[in-house]
Design a protein around this ligand. Structure first.
Ligand SMILES: [Zn+2]
Length: 367
């Protein structure tokens, strides 16, 4: 499947991305700005400052390009002088007077949604819908520094300063790993279950990893790209299905005694992929959908007779971050392999091009 929708961009958030005014500050930072579809530049922008007492300023160590960043790049979403990026790891440089859980010098991982982690919705595990939530895409973390509001609720410190080789994996936890993990949890992947993953982009591959960690018995990755199939197998896929659409559904049924998979994770978001996922789920089974949909319409009657559980949306990555960081710290999982190209921040334009042309699964930008 095409991978480029399987994650967490948000059209509304993108429309509201803050416009920065060119600054005359003496200490500018470098930041990625998209002027128009296909026009990505790295510019000097004003250093962020503490505004609220709950803010932290972080010096970004690594950031990356998301599949969802390709929508404005391809002109599917309006774009005009927007800061870019919502995945990040870095070092706390400054904190507001009310920040209690972090200190200057901490290495932190944050989710792509700002959350207080204290409201009733956050405490129920849905920090991506925090009553005080905003999307990090409005801040733009493809930059040397970023102001993170509600820092206590949003950021999680690592147990110490990470070895450099752990940084790609920690960065993956910021979005694609957390999103794939939520997909697997929403699909109730676990012991004795057959799990099918629709989408072989970064999120789909992370969903395979999550299903494996959650103890799934059989994991079917749907992919027709040899290098992605290989990575899916590395992360725990037991079967590969190359067919898509109705043929893909038929193959899943063949592999499951005609019943369909217990758990299906949808990580693309197109009409075809969503229908493939619904039809691949057995009656009573669970579908976790984490691909942001574009132009998808569902027929009520088909949903009615599918008789499956549906659970999805923007992943509450913050819920999973402490556990995911520990798994990475203990070297029990290696999600960082999903980055197959690393470039300096100043070469962001080439990174966007490589992902747009599908020469790269996911591009890491070193800062
Ligand atoms: Zn909240």
């Amino acid at each position: 499947m095409g991978q480029e929708h399987g994650c967490c961009g948000f059209q509304d958030a993108a429309r509201h991305r803050r416009r920065y005014v060119q600054s005359k500050e003496k200490h500018p930072m470098r930041q990625v700005v998209m002027y128009a579809p296909g026009d990505v530049r790295v510019e000097e922008r004003e250093d962020p400052k503490i505004i609220e007492s709950t803010d932290a300023i972080i010096r970004v160590t690594a950031t990356c390009i998301c599949g969802s960043d390709l929508w404005p790049y391809r002109g599917i979403e309006a774009v005009n002088d927007q800061v870019m990026g919502h995945e990040y790891v870095g070092v706390v440089e400054e904190i507001g007077s009310e920040v209690k859980n972090l200190k200057v010098g901490d290495f932190v991982v944050g989710s792509f949604v700002i959350s207080d982690n204290t409201c009733e919705i956050c405490r129920s595990g849905y920090q991506s819908k925090c009553v005080h939530g905003t999307f990090v895409s409005t801040i733009g973390t493809q930059s040397q520094k970023a102001r993170i509001p509600l820092a206590d609720g949003t950021l999680v410190s690592t147990p110490g300063q990470p070895d450099p080789e752990l940084i790609p994996s920690l960065l993956a936890a910021s979005d694609v790993l957390g999103t794939g993990w939520f997909g697997a949890v929403a699909a109730e992947a676990g012991p004795g279950k057959t799990v099918a993953v629709v989408g072989d982009g970064a999120v789909g591959l992370m969903a395979v990893l999550a299903a494996k960690q959650l103890g799934a018995e059989r994991i079917i990755a749907m992919s027709r790209h040899p290098e992605r199939q290989e990575l899916a197998r590395f992360y725990g896929a037991t079967d590969i299905v190359e067919e898509r659409g109705d043929e893909g559904v038929a193959r899943i049924k063949e592999l499951t005694n005609g019943l369909g998979a217990h758990s299906v994770i949808e990580a693309v978001g197109t009409q075809e992929s969503i229908m493939q996922a619904i039809r691949s789920t057995r009656p009573g089974g669970h579908l976790g959908f984490v691909g942001v949909t574009h132009g998808v319409e569902l027929l009520g009657l088909e949903l009615f007779f599918a008789e499956i559980h549906l659970h999805g949306g923007p992943a509450p990555v913050r819920r999973f971050l402490p556990d995911l960081i520990q798994l990475i710290w203990d070297r029990k999982i290696d999600p960082g392999k999903v980055f197959d190209l690393a470039l300096p921040l100043d070469q962001a334009a080439e990174g966007y091009k490589a992902m747009d042309e599908r020469r790269a699964i996911k591009v890491l930008l070193t800062v």
